[in-house]
Write a protein that binds this ligand. Structure first.
Ligand SMILES: N[C@@H](CCC(=O)N[C@@H](CS)C(=O)NCC(=O)O)C(=O)O
Length: 236
């Protein structure tokens, strides 16, 4: 949503209700056979995976750029996107699943749950749903917290060298880290004492929140079940 808003593009947002497993329903599997959101449908062409969608938007709508023009800038941006995709996203996600999806999964009767899991196309996601129901281990959760701590320090160090993650230009790398960690890390992980330990990250997050495109994206309807909103630490 943030790149779309930053680029001032008109779009229609279609909410897929993960609480009701709509991402594994017949209509949605036809759109994305992997059964995951987000998905971009551009005039019938389907693009999936956040970073790929963001690069696509950049290629098709370069007028308001979120990617540097020079090869070094591009490489820096992609380095950070790769870092977020491979070393941040899944670790924050595990805590989110532990706190929210676990509650949803445990509220489904046995038998019904197995039937729902059978419909999940990606084998890893099938495993993840089952683990969310039985509970992630303390060791796995701690490992995830350690990875998030490492990421916060890495971002803190980078922001001592440049204004934004990939250099002096605001890019999709900032958006990626913001959405998957930066915007909620303080609320989700109070034990990291973010304000004290990562002041540059906090300043960067405030600069992100002050951007018009970010404000507009965050002001879009929040469909999260209110009873489960607390997974990020508090309701938005
Ligand atoms: N690598 C994908 C990850 C997408 C992803 O994890 N989507 C989650 C929600 S944020 C999802 O659809 N989960 C539902 C499920 O797997 O059942 C991306 O970058 O877009």
């Amino acid at each position: 949503m943030i790149p779309l808003k930053e680029k001032q593009l008109e779009f229609e947002s279609v909410y897929v209700d993960l609480h009701k497993f709509e991402q594994h329903s017949e209509w949605f599997i036809k759109v994305n056979p992997e059964g995951q959101v987000p998905v971009l449908d551009h005039n019938g062409t389907i693009i999936t995976h956040t970073t790929v969608i963001n690069e696509y938007l950049e290629d098709v709508f370069p007028e308001i750029p979120l990617r540097p023009y020079d090869p070094v800038g591009k490489a820096r941006m992609r380095y950070w996107n790769k870092f977020v995709d491979e070393h941040v996203m899944n670790h924050v996600s595990m805590h989110g699943w532990h706190r929210m999806i676990g509650v949803i999964a445990r509220n489904i009767e046995s038998g019904d749950f197995e039937k729902l899991v059978e419909k999940i196309p990606l084998p890893d996601q099938r495993k993840k749903w089952k683990t969310a129901r039985s509970g992630f281990s303390e060791a796995d959760l701690q490992n995830a917290t350690d990875k998030i701590t490492y990421a916060c320090q890495k971002v803190e160090d980078q922001l001592g060298k440049s204004k934004w993650l990939a250099g002096e230009m605001y890019t999709t790398a900032d958006i990626n880290f913001f959405c998957h960690c930066g915007m909620m890390v303080e609320r989700m992980f109070p034990e990291l004492e973010v304000a004290k330990n990562y002041p540059r990250l906090v300043d960067w997050r405030d600069r992100m929140n002050a951007r018009e495109g970010v404000k507009q994206a965050l002001a879009m309807p929040d469909h999260t079940n209110p009873a489960l909103r607390t997974w990020t630490g508090e309701a938005r």
